[in-house]
Structures are given as C-alpha cells and as structure tokens.
Write a protein that binds this ligand. Sequence first.
Ligand code: 5GP
Ligand code: ZN
Length: 118
Amino acid sequence: MSGQDDCIFCKIIRGEIPAKKVFEDDDVLAFLDIKPIAPVHVLLIPKRHIASLAQVNETDAPLLGKMLTLVPMLAAAQGADDGFRVIVNAGRVGQQEVPHLHIHIIGGPHPLGPMLAR
Ligand code: 5GP
Ligand code: ZN
C-alpha cells in the first residue's frame, strides 16, 4: 500500500473513499470538496503524501509549480473562467484540517467577498 495508511486524501487517491474526481494524472488528483464554500470548490492534491505546505522543500518545487499551473484550467473546467481564489491552509495557525497538502480552488460566478473578515 502506498501513501499514508490513515490519511483521508491518500485513501481517496487509492480509491478507498469515493470522491467526485475532476482531473487526474500520475502526479496529482483534483476532486470536488465535500462541503463546498462556493459554487466552484475543487481540491487539488499531490499523489505523493506531503503533509503540509509548511513542510515542503526545494525538491517539491517542480510538483508545486505544476500544481499551480494546473489551477486556471481546473477552475475554468468548473465554470470559473472569470477569476477564482486559491487558498492553502497550513498548520495550526492556518487551521489546516486534513494533513495532506491541498490547494483549494474557489470560484463564483459571483465575487467571493473579502479574503478574510477584517
Ligand atoms: P483544510 O481545512 O484542511 O484546508 O480543508 C480540508 C477540506 O477537505 C475541507 O474543505 C473539507 O470540506 C474537505 N474534505 C474533508 N474530508 C473530505 C472528504 O472525505 N472528501 C472530500 N471530497 N472533501 C473532504
Ligand atoms: Zn496523504
């Protein structure tokens, strides 16, 4: 078995938990968030278990670059072709809930409002 045995997103990668997949290749998987906060809410994850953006290093740079480069295509494919927001929660202060690095891709159609409440 590859990945972290008890990691919920590794389980999705292995097909042990169902998810609405919207994109997949050898390196990454994108699927719909189970509790969307906007009409478009996709999660993009690396297939290799990386716990958090707080724990990446230089060897992860090509993968991270690839993931960000995929974002506009994934957003547009869900209908967010007029802008979107990307969020990566990390660690305790970032209130990351699932300890497998993921990029939230969030879109309208309507403007999303302020990034954080002031
Ligand atoms: P975090 O707070 O870690 O940045 O975000 C975790 C996200 O994963 C949340 O938006 C949550 O709704 C989503 N999530 C948690 N468990 C599952 C699951 O089993 N399936 C899917 N599709 N999304 C999940
Ligand atoms: Zn994992």
